[in-house]
Write a protein that binds this ligand. Sequence first.
Ligand code: ZN
Length: 263
Amino acid sequence: MPPQTLPLGKFDTRFQEIQRERVSERVAQELLRLIAGGELAPGERLPGERQLAEMMNVSRVSIRAALQQLKAQGFVSAVQGGGTRITAAAEEIDAGLSALIRANQENLRDLMELRAYLEVWAARRAASRASPRQRDEIDQRLAAMADPNRSKRHKAEDDLNFHLAIAKASGSAVYLHLTSVLRDILEEMVIHHRYTLYATEEDDKRFLEQHRHIAEAIRVGDAEGAAEAMAEHMANVNAKYQRDGSEGPALSEGPPLTPVDRG
Ligand SMILES: [Zn+2]
């Protein structure tokens, strides 16, 4: 007996049409996964369209469509002069907080204390869950700071990048976004520049030593050691901020600043 064909096969509802997902949709999903997982940090610039297309093995048209979609959703924004960067989630909070802090010195101290707790939290998390690649990045940032031939004008940027590498290694997108808001404000208040650019040789040596302790603890997965080392570093940084803040001119004044690339 010949095998029976299925009756009315065309209308058999057990067989669903396969949805062909658009490639740009997949690209957008993948980028969003990287943002939500904290692998792409707020403020970080994405590679160019062509490079992304090559790396992800899709057409530039798909990349462009995916970026359009993410822009409309507010996850990325255009950079002046071309390119795309990851949006910091809380740009409006940022403005409100900045105003609060400018209005009152005590708010600034609160913010610095809070940042210290957060950095300690991040160092502990990074020590217990950083990937080998993330640990390498922290070590590379440390090496840049320790290089005696490195120009002093990179000081603020290098320090920032070291802390950013730890933030990424914490594996928390929420932390990355929170910390980017705090960082924006502290930078705006000039304080960051002041302690990194105008610190004495002695300060520089001490900060480098502290950074080294943090990186070493993270490398060997010593969560408590990393937290302790970061707590000590933050106590030093905050003490320096406060010393400068109380002795020097108003925070918004001071010597002319070298613009710092926040990339
Ligand atoms: Zn530091």
